[in-house]
Design a protein. Structure first.
Length: 148
C-alpha cells in the first residue's frame, strides 16, 4: 500500500529515504487519480525495491491553516500543476515527473527505463495447519416432499 505523506513527514519518507521513492500527488475529486491509485497499490504489492507514497493535495478536515499552507509549499516547490502527477525520487532528489494517468504496463516500462531494480514479490506457500480457503458448493438441501 502507498504510504500517506503529509508536510510533516514528507522529508522523512521521501527526501531522507534511501533508494527510489514514487510520490503520487492526487486529489480526492480527481477521477484519473482514483483510477491511478489501485494501479499503484497493485505495483506496491507485487514488487519490492520502490517505495510508493501518496500526497493528497486537497484540504483535509484535519489540516490546520499552517499544514494547508505547507502542502502548497511542497506542491509549488515541485511544480505540481496537474493531477495526478507522480514524481520519482532517488536518494532524495527528483529524477522524473509523470503527469496524468498511466497503466501498470507503462509504469513498469518507465521504471525499467529509469534502471530501477524492482523485484517481484514471491507469494508465500500456506503454512502447514493453515490450508488455503476453498469455496465449496453444496447441493441444495432436499425439501420435505423429496425426503418422503
Amino acid at each position: 500500500m502507498p504510504i500517506a505523506v503529509r508536510p510533516k513527514n514528507f522529508a522523512e519518507e521521501v527526501l531522507e529515504a534511501k533508494g527510489p521513492v514514487l510520490v503520487d500527488f492526487y486529489g480526492d475529486q480527481c477521477v484519473p487519480c482514483k483510477i491511478q491509485h489501485p494501479i499503484l497499490v497493485e505495483i506496491s504489492r507485487e514488487y519490492k525495491g520502490l517505495k510508493i507514497c501518496a500526497f493528497n493535495t486537497d484540504r483535509e478536515m484535519q489540516d490546520t491553516d499552517e499544514e494547508y499552507e505547507a502542502k502548497f509549499e511542497i506542491i509549488d516547490a515541485y511544480q505540481v500543476m496537474n493531477l495526478p502527477t507522480m514524481l520519482l525520487f532517488e536518494d532524495g532528489m527528483p529524477t522524473s515527473t509523470l503527469i496524468g494517468l498511466h497503466t501498470k504496463k507503462e509504469l513498469l516500462r518507465i521504471f525499467k527505463k529509469q534502471k530501477l531494480k524492482l523485484t517481484p514479490v514471491v507469494a508465500e506457500e500456506p503454512s502447514p495447519g493453515h490450508p488455503s480457503i476453498a469455496l465449496v458448493h453444496e447441493p441444495p438441501s432436499e425439501t420435505k416432499k423429496e425426503q418422503q
